[in-house]
Design a protein around this ligand. Structure first.
Ligand code: UD1
Length: 428
């Protein structure tokens, strides 16, 4: 088992280049199931989740060639319609194969993904939408079987703007008869990237980037070349890494317009952030002001950045309230921050200033965190603990790195280049 060892207290300085977006690449790679033509996807990060989706597509019958950050996908028209348990249980985004497989072959079978560290994460919104398009589903031996005689476009109003459900339904609607209107759709940049890819494949989609997506089914989609957007969560991670170490980091290749709500909060925390010639510069300040955040769907504050914000607020000069409204179980990192000397209390009753429901954490900033042994419980928790370790006094050891490997390309190498004293070693 590997661990990360950090000797904290080093200011991060220099340039860092942002990788392609994991959460955009996953549905885009899955969307290639909608065609047999050749698709070439560029700027795909080299990560465990990408390896998992490649295995899944190969299992379903696709031929795949990977050349560093470029993935070339071809097919011969024959596809399996079942996703195997070992891959779906490893990565929930595997459920996104349901939409394209159902649209093309009128059937799909996926193991129920079950809960995960950050919450229950059901797929009822995905299934309700597919039913509206004409499908039926039933559960047999832990698998959801989805079948349809005929699928037809209609209006679907999502109960909640779920990212995965919007992606699944979008893909299904591209090649079925009639017009589908998805209302209350999620507006995350990764969805817009998927839509742009589908349009390049020949899909007819209106309302791009909005809450209402109109998809007119076409007979066939074709292959294309496409480059994914930069990863906004990795961008946010480096913005907060520079802030928490009073650093001076220049971020290259990011789309700051995808991180507006974080950038607003960073400014309120007293950290200087500027953009010149496509370079985002974050100049940390010795004194970090406390700033409340409440997670929201895009363009609100991203739930994936919430644990990282908590790391930053742990050393702010006062009290802040962090409210989680997206995932019910996203405060596990609190116990690890407390081991490092943070002063955080969780309130199950809404303590948020705007009165929105959700668990809140009251974070009273301390002068500094202290390094110790901690365990990462999910992907973003791992990143948050790295940031806490970078700012802490002394040595921090982090285990649970299988999560980190799922979502950050070369994070240790990138932080080292910025001057962090960080290494990954085998833990005996
Ligand atoms: C995606 C992202 C994840 C991010 C999340 C929210 C990927 C691969 N993952 O996850 O990093 O944290 O968006 O921005 O893109 N829900 C239901 N029923 C459903 C679907 C969702 O109740 O059918 C609930 C979930 O349990 C959760 C909330 O809705 O509480 C948000 O989930 P969703 O937007 O679907 O997130 P994911 O697509 O799973």
């Amino acid at each position: 088992m590997d661990k990360i060892v950090i000797n904290g207290g080093k200011r991060l300085c220099g340039n860092v280049k942002i990788s392609g977006s994991k959460n955009a690449a996953l549905p885009i790679l899955i969307a290639t199931l909608l065609t047999d033509d050749k698709c070439v996807i560029d700027n795909v990060p080299e990560l465990e989740d990408i390896n998992t989706v490649i295995k899944l597509l190969k299992h379903l019958g696709k031929k795949i060639k990977k050349e560093k950050n470029t993935i070339i996908i071809t097919g011969n028209g024959k596809l399996q319609t079942d996703a195997p348990f070992n891959l779906v249980s490893k990565m929930r985004a595997s459920v996104l194969v349901a939409g394209p497989l159902l649209a093309r072959f009128k059937k799909a079978e996926i193991p129920l993904p079950g809960g995960c560290a950050i919450g229950l994460r059901p797929i009822n919104i995905h299934l309700d939408g597919l039913v509206k398009l004409g499908a039926k589903h039933f559960v047999s031996r832990g698998n959801v079987k989805i079948i349809a005689k005929k699928l037809k476009g209609t209006q679907i109003v999502l109960d909640f703007p779920s990212v995965g459900a919007t992606e699944n339904l979008l893909m299904a609607a591209t090649v079925i008869d009639g017009k589908t209107i998805i209302k209350n759709a999620a507006m995350e940049p990764e969805i817009t990237d998927l839509v742009n890819f589908l349009v390049k494949m020949g899909a007819d989609i209106k309302g791009i980037g909005s809450k209402i997506l109109e998809i007119k089914g076409v007979k066939k989609l074709g292959g294309c070349e496409y480059k994914t957007i930069p990863d906004r969560i990795e961008t946010g991670t480096f913005i907060i890494a520079s802030s928490i170490t009073s650093g001076d980091v220049k971020i290259l290749g990011a789309f700051p317009e995808h991180n507006e709500s974080l950038i607003e909060k960073i400014k309120l925390a007293g950290i200087k952030i500027s953009m010149t010639n496509k370079v985002l510069r974050i100049k940390g300040s010795k004194k970090i002001k406390p700033v409340d955040v409440e997670t929201q769907v895009y363009p609100g504050f991203a739930t994936d950045l919430q644990p990282l914000w908590m790391a930053l607020m742990s050393i702010a000069s006062g009290e802040s309230i962090i409210t989680e409204t997206i995932f019910e179980n996203r405060f596990q990192t609190v116990a690890e921050f407390i081991k490092m000397g943070a002063n955080i209390k969780i309130n199950s009753a809404p303590a948020c200033r705007s009165g929105v429901k959700g668990d809140s954490a009251i974070v009273k900033g301390v002068k500094n965190l202290t390094g110790t042994k901690v365990v990462a419980s999910d992907l973003r928790a791992a990143a948050a603990l790295i940031l806490a370790g970078l700012s802490a006094k002394g040595r921090t050891e982090i285990i649970g790195l299988e999560y980190l490997d799922r979502g950050y390309e070369n994070i240790v190498k990138k932080l080292k280049k910025l001057g962090a004293d960080i290494k990954r070693v085998i833990d005996n």
